[in-house]
Design a protein around this ligand. Structure first.
Ligand SMILES: *Cc1c(COP(=O)(O)O)cnc(C)c1O
Length: 385
């Protein structure tokens, strides 16, 4: 029998495209009229589906996209995404031809890389220079303005230098010294931008989500015209301690169902390793979602899911494909009932940010970890036009 890819209600995410659109609008409207959003759709649009998200953004007028690697870039091109696609990191030199063939913009992450990529191709590739202003990840050393400008100038012949960018590493913080650090990063970047202003680079940018919502005023002018919008587009916090603009809300919910309900008697253990023992008689539901779906095994015995608007605690170890939860206080829970892993049920909500906090990580990692085995279902497409 033929099973439709997105038709099996075992473990699935629902992505509300109208919420995505709303998040985009709220950020866009908070910026100057001439500001542009670069849609950061790396890592399959943070688990939301890069092709669908990019198509939506294109419809909303976005012309700039950012991905992490050549595979992601080619996938978008093959799906018909136009505009500029910037690879934010390293591309092995043997893919230089593909960069040209698919009209993809490559980040020049160092002078050494620029030189090598130049040698690897006869084409005048589209590139952007990364400038390191303090993160110490990739880029030319932004502390040395003249040297930076010199390198950019030197490669302006061999490459089609479309722009330059830096990345802010504490823009999500409200601590005084972090704010000072962010300002310093922008100053270093501005200085390089000024030195090469005669090259009239098209895209000169430094703002990520946190930069765009917390530091936009400081970056106004040349370096603030493009906001590389990732996490906030998806409705999550760059940092959970700092509020998001009103109306921005997660676009993704993760759901599963109850596969069986049973009674576990006092003294019986649950799951691998017999790590949890029932102290009293419990009503236990099994769910067909596990760590192979990206539901972290580190949540074993921690955290909860939502059933009929109520919290159901995770019992014992999370298995590869299944997990068990306590439904003793949810007497009507039965086979086939919907379970919220991330999202809203009645008055209760679990966000990926919450789950990140249970795990001692960030919402970013939680949504990126939802595996390809989990179906993606899209809602609100009609309202997104
Ligand atoms: C991932 C990434 C972004 C997006 O960051 P968010 O915090 O999700 O907005 C922007 N710029 C660069 C260089 C990145 O690597």
């Amino acid at each position: 029998m033929f099973c439709e890819r997105n038709g099996i209600k075992r473990s699935w995410v629902e992505i509300d495209l109208s919420q995505l659109k709303e998040n985009y609008r709220l950020v866009k409207d908070s910026l100057s009229e001439d500001a542009q959003i670069m849609g950061v759709v790396k890592a399959d649009a943070y688990g939301h589906g890069d092709v669908v998200v990019s198509r939506l953004l294109e419809k909303l007028g976005v012309k700039l996209f950012a991905v992490s690697n050549i595979r992601e870039a080619i996938d978008l091109r093959q799906a018909g995404i136009g505009g500029e696609i910037l690879i934010l990191g390293y591309t092995p030199l043997e893919f230089a031809e593909q960069l040209y063939e698919y009209d993809v913009t490559q980040t020049l992450i160092s002078e050494e890389y620029a030189k090598a990529l130049c040698r690897a191709t006869g084409h005048r590739l589209k590139v952007q220079f990364a400038i390191d202003t303090g993160m110490n990840r990739i880029g030319l050393d932004g502390e040395n303005t003249d040297a930076c400008a010199g390198v950019i100038r030197r490669y302006a012949e061999q490459f089609d230098v479309q722009g330059m960018f830096t990345h802010l590493c504490v823009a999500d913080s409200t601590k005084e010294d972090d704010i000072a650090f962010t300002v310093r990063q922008m100053e270093l970047f501005s200085a390089v931008a000024e030195k090469v202003s005669d090259l009239a680079l098209l895209w000169v940018h430094c703002l990520n989500s946190a930069g765009g919502i917390y530091h936009y005023e400081k970056a106004k002018g040349t370096i603030g015209r493009v906001v590389r919008l990732g996490i906030v587009l998806y409705g999550l916090h760059p940092d959970c301690d700092n509020p998001l603009p009103t109306g921005i809300s997660p676009a993704l919910s993760w759901k599963t169902v109850i596969s069986m309900v049973k009674t576990v008697h006092a003294g019986e253990a649950i799951g691998y390793g017999r790590s949890y023992t029932a102290e009293k008689e419990l009503c236990v539901a099994t769910l067909p979602t596990g760590y192979a779906d990206g539901y972290s095994r580190s949540l074993s015995g921690k955290g909860y899911v939502l059933i009929h608007g109520k919290k159901a605690k995770i019992l014992g170890r999370i298995c590869m494909d299944q997990m068990m939860v306590d439904v003793s206080e949810i007497p009507d829970a039965s086979m086939g009932d919907e379970v919220i892993l991330i999202g809203r049920s009645g008055e209760e909500t679990i966000t990926a940010d919450d789950m990140g906090q249970w795990l001692g990580t960030i919402g970013y990692e939680v949504i990126c970890d939802i595996s390809g085995r989990v179906d993606r279902v899209y809602l609100g497409e009609n309202t997104s036009k």
